[in-house]
Write a protein of this length. Structure first.
Length: 91
């Protein structure tokens, strides 16, 4: 299972994982890594969240984050998507 976890700011201004059914995007694991990132970024913006990260595991309760936290808006810092190539090589 691969999914994007979406993030927002809590009341004290810290970036935290959002809750609820709109805070995760389940993504088809057969897709290329680049496409997974594009889907996550698009859904993050569309749903009004601040940032996203990719998680992988057998279920929500036993998954681990496999990417950096990416900010959806240009004014926020962004990181080079090295995980797209190194962690998940394309077939």
């Amino acid at each position: 299972m691969i999914y994007a976890q979406l993030y927002h700011y809590d009341l004290s201004g810290n970036l935290v994982e959002a809750c609820g059914d709109r805070s995760v995007v389940i993504i088809d694991a057969r897709l290329k890594s680049r496409t997974i990132g594009e889907i996550a970024a698009e859904e993050c913006k569309k749903r009004g969240y601040i940032a996203w990260a990719i998680f992988k595991g057998g279920s929500f309760t036993n998954s681990v984050r496999v990417s950096h936290i990416w900010h959806a808006h240009a004014q926020e810092p962004a990181q080079e998507p090295s995980w797209l190539v190194s962690t998940h090589p394309e077939s």
